[in-house]
Design a protein around this ligand. Sequence first.
Ligand SMILES: [Zn+2]
Length: 306
Amino acid sequence: MFLKNRTEPEELLILKHLNKRMELTPNDRKRLTNLQRGFEGEVQFDNLAKNIIEERYILNDLRLEVNNSELQIDSFIISQGITYLLDVKNFYGDFYIEGDQLFSIKTGEEYKNPLDQLKRSALLLRQLFNYYNFNFLIEPYVIFVNPEFTLYQAPMDHPFILPTQNNRFIRELNETPSRLNEGHKKLAQTLLSLHQPKNRFQKLPEYRYEQLKKGMLCKKCGCFFSKIDHRNLVCENCGELEKIESAILRNTEEFKLLFPERKVTTSGIEEWCRIDLSNRTFRRVLKKHYPWIGNTKDTYFKPGYN
Ligand SMILES: [Zn+2]
């Protein structure tokens, strides 16, 4: 049973939007690719985890603070006898391990060995369990989900679940009976209550409103909409059609995410969207969906409303 679902991390969303509206540095572009790949791997694992049966709680994407350190858990499974701390990796290509080090065969580049991160996470989680007097066993694993990942020289005693072992991991989990009690429920509730929605460590490039390209982005290909056809916007790049209302709302949400400190006003959104629609259209759509203050030509919408 999924108790906490996964959503696209805010940092990834912001970088995706910025990438369409400004020139990112090579480092930021690399970070965007890594975040995107990581998220896709986690979603792939979630699809696998849908096959988990029996009484088990699954908590995805937890961010906890333990002894002033951040503990980020991709997936946490609570079973009757054991709790599983899973770090999901979407590595692609051929890698090898030498000692404690992990290398890409193709580029020779050294990668962070996920085992170090896993050990640290398991230690922090044990400290948290001790603090709350939880007596559950923790089994930590790194789960590699990409079928095109190969790891040479992996020691057999490493807590790694390789792509060829993913299905078996779920199957063997399912073969173990599991009944949950109040203690398990309390553990799940505690972790959920400690979850920190904001990532304090996100690294965003600096950007200003003035420097970003204005316009409405197509949700399918990310190009700017230029054509209006009755009640729809038409993407001339990919042919996508979107209702004007839905496109205004989507681009308003993007504006709010990128500039949480700026006021949402009719004229502001009109400028942000920069497309040949009347001020009246913007006002009508915004008034329908956001609580508003005042009733002038430039209506101002309540801040912090989601
Ligand atoms: Zn498009």
